[in-house]
Design a protein around this ligand. Structure first.
Ligand SMILES: [Zn+2]
Length: 426
């Protein structure tokens, strides 16, 4: 099966500022050719007219907790992360497999509608999220998540169940997460690193999200969080971390030494009053900085478009430099850098031959993107979910002309409401 996307403005994200009107040929889910005035590599089965539209690599949400859509707008008045978690953890303990499935499906619908084709998930009962991903066709990097000490965490892992759920599905991958240094022990971090080595997985964790986390680590262990993690051996396997708001310069050196990426979550950091991550400084320090939404309960949505706009705004106002983060750099955080953080840039993150056809086609023929004077600026500052027209993951069409093809939205909304009602009444 060969598809041609014709006469479209291509943003390949392979070189700063590069964009051109051309064609993309997709064969059996893989990008076969892309360029201006290129010939078809062979017979074409389907032609998609791209006139007036823009195609970007599918956005990569490099840190979220998908099923937390269930807790969207719940307990929004908590003073900080710790108070909020004390409200959230008791509900999470009661989540059933069905809750995880419908919470995930709601999240997947929201991801696709905002042009996102990949997400990295840290949560429990991941085999149910895997099931939802298989049906919806969205690419998932699903982390089995350790919580508490080694004994506490054993029954949450169920590696076999996730292995079974992702078997033969090449858009799903099993990773291993440890929740945080304030909820888990050094033993849990060591266990995660051992399992990752054994299973060829990569690891991730929340790191330096709040000042309290940093201060408590200094008080209890006499060192900064990244130093403490390095001492556990957690960074000896491929790793990425979420947040990093309070990382100090000595910690940036540690992360760079181990090639640990940081996933920035601007909405969550604002909403939970965690602070402002100095993203420009992190980049200048040589770190890979990706972008994520965090869970819908601390955001309160899952739109990477909103994250892109927010990180651009925050970087400008916090540095008093308009050029602190150019629109191209912001889009790079949401595409190629996400792929790099997840060690998946051999497959996704750019539009170039040999990569999987994970694409978002945007309709710019709307009032909020009229006129387009600078395409990168328009994508970061003016775009909204209404511009997202069609979405592909490995060549499979998940949305066409604004209609979801693999998810029954009405059913998802109905079932998610039912699950949440039951959780509230229990
Ligand atoms: Zn998180």
């Amino acid at each position: 099966m060969r598809t041609q996307i014709k006469d479209i403005l291509v943003i390949p994200m392979t070189s700063e500022g590069l964009h051109f009107i051309g064609d993309i040929y997709i064969r059996d889910g893989i990008i076969e050719a892309v360029g201006s005035g290129i010939k078809a590599p062979g017979p074409v089965d389907e032609v998609v007219n791209g006139q007036g539209k823009v195609v970007i690599p599918g956005l990569v949400n490099a840190h979220t907790h998908l099923s937390m859509t269930l807790m969207r707008n719940y307990k929004d008045t908590c003073a900080n992360l710790q108070d909020w978690l004390s409200e959230i953890f008791p509900i999470e303990d009661r989540l059933t497999e069905e809750d995880i499935y419908w919470g995930s499906m709601t999240g997947l619908a929201e991801l696709v509608r905002s042009g996102c084709t990949s997400f990295a998930d840290m949560y429990f009962k991941q085999w149910m999220t895997a099931q939802a991903c298989k049906e919806a066709g969205v690419r998932g990097f699903l982390s089995l998540t350790l919580f508490g000490d080694e004994a506490e965490t054993e029954d949450r892992l169920a590696i076999e169940r996730l292995d079974e759920a992702i078997k033969g599905v090449d858009i799903l991958r099993k990773d291993i997460a440890v929740h945080s240094i304030y909820t888990c022990t050094a033993g849990s971090y060591r266990l995660a690193a051992e399992w990752a080595k054994e299973h060829g997985s990569i690891v991730n964790t929340h790191l330096s999200e709040t000042k309290k986390e940093m201060d408590d680590c200094l008080a209890q262990h006499g060192c900064l969080p990244a130093q403490w993690l390095e001492d556990t051996g957690f960074f000896d396997v491929p790793c990425y971390t979420a947040h990093g708001v309070w990382l100090q310069d000595s910690e940036l050196d540690i992360l760079r030494r181990h090639d640990v990426a940081v996933v920035h979550n601007p909405s969550s950091n604002c909403k939970l009053a965690s602070g402002i991550a100095p993203v420009r400084h992190f980049m200048d320090s040589g770190l890979t900085i990706a972008l994520g939404t965090d869970g819908a309960s601390s955001n309160n949505n899952l739109s990477m478009l909103k994250e892109m706009r927010l990180v651009a705004m925050i970087s400008t106002v916090s540095t008093l430099r308009v050029d602190a983060l150019t629109p191209y750099k912001v889009l790079e955080m949401a595409t190629l850098n996400g792929a790099k953080a997840l060690r998946a840039d051999d497959k996704i993150g750019t539009i170039e031959p040999g990569k999987d056809a994970d694409l978002a086609i945007l309709d710019m023929d709307r009032v909020n993107t009229c006129p387009v004077n600078d395409i990168f600026s328009a994508l970061v500052f003016s775009l909204n979910e209404g511009n997202v027209s069609s979405v592909y993951v490995k060549g499979r069409k998940l949305m066409e002309d604004g209609q979801l093809l693999t998810i029954n939205e009405a059913e998802v909304i109905r079932e998610t409401r039912r699950c949440w009602k039951r959780l509230c009444e229990e």
